[in-house]
Design a binder for this molecule. Structure first.
Ligand SMILES: Nc1nc2c(ncn2[C@@H]2O[C@H](COP(=O)(O)OP(=O)(O)OP(=O)(O)O)[C@@H](O)[C@H]2O)c(=O)[nH]1
Ligand SMILES: [Mg+2]
Length: 551
């Protein structure tokens, strides 16, 4: 496909952008694949490929097909244009079952005939015929096709007609006085080809069978029907393949178009346009809003709530406070507080970087989301999809919605992983706390020393011997000062530090909240935001491609 498109681009002559259009159509259909109806996408792809292929083939030849109902005189017209009896004309209908090609100027036509799928036995080289007449120079470069009828009961005929109509550069539709108003041709072929009116001619054949005075009114009637098909630009000619009347005009009309060398490109452009328009009908033309910051924040909040971020943040604050108080409080009361459980241990969030790998514990023990939390997540995800998909056509709105939820089954695991991989920073206490702990221990030693000293003094183990002098400060004995001072200062220092510890705990809670939310935001982006944006990007790519294809 790409090779074909490249070849096509190379071949597109300067000033024409058909190659770009084909490429743009290919881009649009690639982006639409899996999102729009497969048939529309396949059709666009097939068109891009076919057009690219045709563009890469001999530019010197123009394919002209003669199509119409059975008995309208296609084969007779074909013969009249060729100037020789080439195609069989019969009384019993239908006569032509396989397309026959007459080629004026053989050089380089082989590939084109292969592309058209015309077997060699159905090819006639006009050059090889002996009686070369004036008409031959006029139709130089033409590959004239006599098609089977489109209205017989033979299914193979329809298929052959439909196939070749697609590959033809110029279409000559032959009508006859009896059946020119048949719905079969107008509804099934002419009206749907309104996009291709610049590469069509209509012929009212058997004109010799119409009384002279009725001919004009019949032609007017044909004109009216053709206009109603949306083919206002298409010329209508009157011919008689039997008497030869009007055949020269038809030949001239064909030759003019072929000489202008535009007809192939015009046809291919019409094909690209038609395919692009069909794709655009399916995809719609409206723009879309971008995802708003508020929506994303609301989604992240719901995720954070479901992940138990508030629980963890609370636990970090409580644990920091407990651990800080233990470190900075009076050691005796700290020991007593060891009896209370550590909230982070309970949530299995205190394992540190390598801890979870070491213990083989894959999950935290943060409680699973409640139904209410889960419902909030679902509602926020839906709002995200709704916000951007509201103006989109149905298939795109659907694909945005489904992209927003396809990865949600991973949500619990991903949130848990985000939680357990986030550094909580609760192990180390700040430097000042270490200093305070040292002071507390010194105070405790002083207290114990004071206690022992006082006990010794009270026990009075000297038995009458001169007891040593007990030092004092301002009348207070040092042992008592040590004992009371150690306890009082220790307790006081512990109390003072509570404020600092609380501030630290709050700041760590805030840091934790920030880190967890950033981890959660990555999860929200990967699971919901990015997939939704990918759909919007595909939608934009389709619209952009189609706009360029239709420019
Ligand atoms: N009077 C008259 N008869 C014609 C004219 N064109 C064709 N015929 C006759 O109409 C009959 C059918 O003509 P064909 O050329 O075989 O028609 P066709 O469209 O090729 O028919 P199929 O191959 O069956 O689809 C033949 O008997 C022709 O001689 C015409 O302009 N005037
Ligand atoms: Mg025929």
């Amino acid at each position: 496909m790409t090779a074909l498109l490249d070849a096509a681009k190379r071949l597109v002559s300067r000033g024409s952008d058909l190659g770009d259009r084909i490429e743009a159509l290919g881009r649009a259909s690639a982006a639409a694949r899996g999102r729009l109806d497969d048939r529309a996408v396949d059709e666009a792809d097939a068109t891009a490929e076919r057009v690219a292929r045709r563009l890469g083939l001999a530019a010197e030849h123009t394919v002209v097909a003669i199509a119409g109902a059975t008995g309208s005189g296609k084969s007779s017209t074909f013969n009249a244009l060729a100037g020789v009896e080439l195609s069989s004309v019969g009384v019993r209908r239908p006569t032509t079952s396989w397309a026959t090609a007459c080629i004026w100027g053989k050089a380089g036509a082989d590939e084109l005939l292969e592309y058209l799928g015309i077997a060699p036995r159905h090819q006639i080289m006009r050059d090889s015929l002996l009686d070369l007449g004036k008409e031959d120079s006029a139709l130089q470069g033409v590959v004239l096709l006599d098609l089977p009828d489109h209205d017989s009961t033979e299914v193979s005929h329809h298929l052959e007609v439909n196939r070749l109509i697609e590959l033809t550069d110029l279409m000559v539709w032959v009508l006859d006085p009896q059946k020119y108003a048949d719905a079969a041709i107008h509804d099934r072929y002419l009206a749907p080809l309104a996009t291709h009116q610049d590469v069509m001619l209509v012929v009212l054949n058997h004109i010799d069978e119409v009384p002279v005075d009725r001919r004009q009114s019949m032609l007017d009637d044909v004109r009216r029907l053709i206009d109603a098909d949306g083919l206002g630009h298409v010329p209508v000619l009157a011919t008689s393949a039997r008497t030869g009347e009007g055949i020269d005009d038809l030949r001239t009309a064909i030759a003019e178009r072929v000489r202008a060398k535009e007809v192939t490109r015009t046809r291919l452009e019409a094909d690209v346009r038609q395919a692009a328009n069909r794709l655009r009908e399916a995809t719609g033309t409206s723009g879309h809003p971008e995802l708003s910051k508020q929506r994303i924040t609301a989604l992240e909040d719901a995720f954070a709530d479901a992940a138990g971020v508030p629980t963890v943040v609370q636990a970090v604050e409580t644990a920091t406070r407990m651990r800080g108080r233990r470190a900075t409080g009076w050691p005796v009361t700290s020991w007593l507080s060891m009896l209370r459980p550590d909230p982070l241990k309970r949530l299995h969030l205190d394992l540190g970087k390598d801890g979870s790998a070491f213990t083989g514990r894959g999950r935290t023990s943060v409680p699973a989301p409640t139904q209410v939390q889960r419902a909030r997540v679902d509602a926020e995800v839906r709002s995200v999809a709704d916000e951007v998909s509201a103006p989109l056509a149905r298939p795109w709105a659907d694909s945005v919605r489904s992209a927003s939820v396809t990865r949600l089954p991973d949500l619990n695991d991903r949130l848990d992983a985000a939680l357990s991989s986030t550094e909580l920073d609760t192990d180390r206490m700040p430097a000042w706390a270490g200093l305070v702990r040292l002071v507390q221990w010194l105070l405790l030693i002083a207290t114990v020393a004071g206690l022992i000293w006082s006990a010794v003094l009270l026990a009075d183990p000297w038995f009458g011997v001169d007891r040593p002098h007990t030092p004092d400060v301002a009348g207070f004995p040092v042992p008592v000062l040590l004992l009371l001072g150690g306890v009082v200062l220790g307790l006081l220092l512990g109390q003072l530090c509570r404020f600092l510890v609380s501030a630290t705990a709050r700041s760590r809670a805030r840091t934790t909240d920030r880190r967890l939310r950033s981890a959660i935001s990555t999860v929200a982006d990967e699971l919901v935001v990015a997939p939704v944006r990918a759909e919007l990007a595909a939608y934009d790519a389709v619209r952009e491609g189609l706009a360029q294809a239709l420019r």
